[in-house]
Design a binder for this molecule. Sequence first.
Ligand code: GDP
Length: 534
Amino acid sequence: MLDRLSNAPELPPEIARRRTFAIISHPDAGKTTLTEKFLLFGGAIQMAGQVRAKGEARRTRSDFMAMEKDRGISVSASAMSFDYRNFRYNLVDTPGHSDFSEDTYRTLTAVDAAIMVIDGAKGVESQTRKLFEVCRLRDLPILTFCNKMDRESRDTFDIVDEIQENLAIDVTPASWPIGRGREFVGCYDMLHDRLELMDRSDRNRVAESIKIAGLDDPKLAEHVPANLLEQLREELEMARELLPPFDRQAFLDGTLTPIWFGSAINSFGVKELMDGIGEFGPEPQVQSAQPRQISPDEKKVSGFVFKVQANMDPKHRDRVAFVRLASGHFERGMKLTHVRSKKPMAISNPVLFLAADRELAEEAWAGDIIGIPNHGQLRIGDTLTEGEALRVTGIPSFAPELLQNCRAGDPMKAKHLDKALMQFAEEGAAKVFKPMLGSGFIVGVVGQLQFEVLASRIEMEYGLPVRFEPSQFTSARWVSGPKDKVDRFVQANKGHIAQDNDGDVVFLTRLQWDIDRIERDHPELTLTATKEMM
Ligand code: GDP
């Protein structure tokens, strides 16, 4: 089955072989280790440990990154590409901390599937559940990897039950673990009737795979101790009776997840998981857009910005827009139209992210993620096309849940604050509101930690110490409606009005009651907690 390039013969083969996905997990479940093994088997790195080593080298360059390290969280997302067998994998990294859920949400708009990693001893944890809910909003297909099976883990049926009940998704075992903890010897591959044995002696070696003819094959007894074999037979019989079989459509609809059991650190189960994404897909999907959706096989190139990362290299003040290609075959040097400004842009230095290195992208296909260095023209939600006025939809901007006043620590440098905050607003790192009355800015974020990250980044990248202080407001709502009505509302509520970085009108308050009252008294106005980025 793996020799077949695709499940989508209608797509050009280069597009059909692309798999663009993200990994969601609770911190410590093994996302980094799994990523590292993907890259190792994909030939993108030579030695396990490089992902971290490279990360470290970059981190020492800034306090912001040092903070990330101290807290053991990942606050910056990136994209990595690698080949394995017939497939090109594009892995988009999601920030793991809940304070960055907005960023994560947008990242998940750029992928076609997600791998959910859970710890075999801990099961479904809080952050897994949150991220899973985000995937569900988009009906993303999910593959599950139950990690750390080399250690004492929970009963297999318990784990499967917990996922089914906790996340309300059907679970079908793609593999079944044999023995637990110290006794764990490997897995029975239920989709291909194979025995996969774990090699504890060499952590970077791909495990042995033994083809067998079903559970009665005498070869099984040669490799699996008698007591475990007995148990395996019983459990498999029960599993086949009680759990749903694999159904590709249900998987693609996001209502059923296949689960693999393994140990990332021992490189066990990783290959099967990669094969699973290759075999079942999905390939690059149709992208929703206005006034029409975009199909990946369209000849013309289109793409959208889902993330902007500034100052990746503080020496150059560069800014990279991460673009997911929605259609076509992109070649370096192409001129694309930046739909929002209607201006042409020559894309002469696009980058691909291979492991932790950047490389010039000579070409890319629908499904790929390319980085476009720019000076601020490209913003989250922007669409690039070969001329047609298409606008990709579904990339939201959330109302911040925490608001604080931001002041420059050094009043002489106050005007630089404006520039720094605008940049972070465009990067999507915070909402920045300029109140109609009074001076200074109100900065809105989704989680407290973001204030700290912002403060250290502004100091690092702009040499500007800043203070965040409590604001009198706690909620922000975008106001829309007929222009004269909005204007009248603004004039009557000056003390509560601000503009966001796009110049849109925002109502600030500390009372939900206020919001309810306005909705009641001004039916012609709409107050929204999210705004589509455009
Ligand atoms: P992340 O926070 O999800 O990125 O998790 P990491 O990949 O950093 O892993 C967290 C810890 O679990 C690290 O100490 C890893 O070495 C360890 N770990 C990862 N995979 C396995 C595994 O399969 N078995 C065991 N025993 N430990 C693992």
